[in-house]
Design a protein around this ligand. Structure first.
Ligand code: NDP
Length: 284
């Protein structure tokens, strides 16, 4: 805490009203005895940087960055972690005096949720990642590091999928992963063991971004979205005979990693995830 009160953090994005991050960080703070407040920072679509600069100038210590500003946050960071460099996208900023530090905790959050919370090892499997925006870019490096046999990135705009695959080609080679790009229309039938939806189609209410059976029966289908907006996708996964999982676990795990970066202590994620899950179920 500073003389002017508790340290301030926020989630910066558009929209942010749906974000559970303030609840999560408040619980992490209570659990670890850290004196901080965590707010929502709605940034106009054409004014991400000035909005975050004003927040920092007011004494804030850092922020998470969500849709659609992760690339702008990357550009705004003067220094970045290796995983943020690989992603080309930043979801966590720390307002250091010597220049903003940019990190990306999305990938670690997703992989930890799949492998630890959902007990689904990824090594040797066939993975499909939908999307090539900031969220997909943020998780691709960590998915590769989990050493699946193959990983297909499919996106509405095929050129963005190709670019993402290109920027991760060497990383994939180093990890012995067959990495390829695809359009959303050209996906093979029932091929994938694990599908991760990193598009904002659910958030936009646009429904499932692929047609037909792409997941094998018994596979796992994860939407990075959570709450009522994710339900259509999760129902579609279940209808394919696969296990649905929303993005709540990823959200809590990436938040814990950001919290550790800011505060130097790692909170316990399990009770926070269980509490959020109860809260969301009670609202349905
Ligand atoms: P971006 O705006 O950077 O990218 C959006 C992506 O979604 C692009 O690949 C875009 O394709 C695609 N897309 C948008 N609308 C459609 C549609 N109707 N059909 C098919 N594809 C579509 O957003 P982000 O990558 O930052 O975020 C994506 C989602 O992930 C959001 O819902 C966000 O809330 C969620 N998220 C959740 C996290 C968690 O912790 N659970 C963490 C990070 C993100 P195109 O390139 O063709 O435009």
């Amino acid at each position: 805490m500073s003389a002017s009160g508790p340290d301030r953090y926020a989630v910066a994005g558009n929209p942010v009203a749906h974000s559970q991050s303030p609840t999560i960080h408040a619980q992490f703070a209570a659990q670890t005895g850290q004196d901080l407040v965590y707010e929502r920072l709605l940034c106009p679509l054409d004014a991400f940087l000035p909005t975050v600069q004003a927040f920092a100038a007011a004494g804030a210590k850092g922020c998470n960055v969500t849709v659609p500003f992760k690339f702008e946050a990357f550009a705004a960071a003067r220094r970045r972690s290796p995983r943020a460099e690989l992603a080309g996208a930043v979801n966590t900023l720390r307002f250091d005096e010597q220049g903003w530090w940019g990190d990306n905790t999305d990938g670690l959050g997703l992989v930890r949720d799949i492998q630890s919370n959902a007990s689904q090892p990824l090594a040797g499997l066939r993975l499909l990642l939908l999307g090539a925006g900031g969220a997909a870019a943020g998780v691709l490096g960590s998915l590769i590091a989990a050493r699946p046999a193959e990983l297909t990135v499919a996106n509405r705009s095929a050129d963005r999928a190709l670019a993402l695959v290109g920027s991760h080609a060497r990383w994939a080679q180093e990890h012995d992963v067959r990495l390829q790009a695809s359009t959303l229309e050209d996906l093979p039938e029932a091929r994938f063991d694990v599908l991760v939806n990193g598009t904002s189609a659910s958030l936009a209410g646009a429904g499932v971004p692929v047609r037909g059976q792409v997941l094998r029966e018994g596979g796992l289908g994860v939407d990075m979205m959570y709450g009522p907006a994710a339900q259509g996708f999760l129902d579609w996964v279940a209808a394919q005979g696969a296990r649905p999982r929303d993005g709540l676990g990823m959200l809590v795990e990436q938040a814990a990693e950001a919290f550790q970066l800011w505060r130097g202590v790692r909170p316990d994620t399990a009770p926070v995830l269980a509490g959020l899950r109860r809260q969301l179920t009670a609202k349905d």
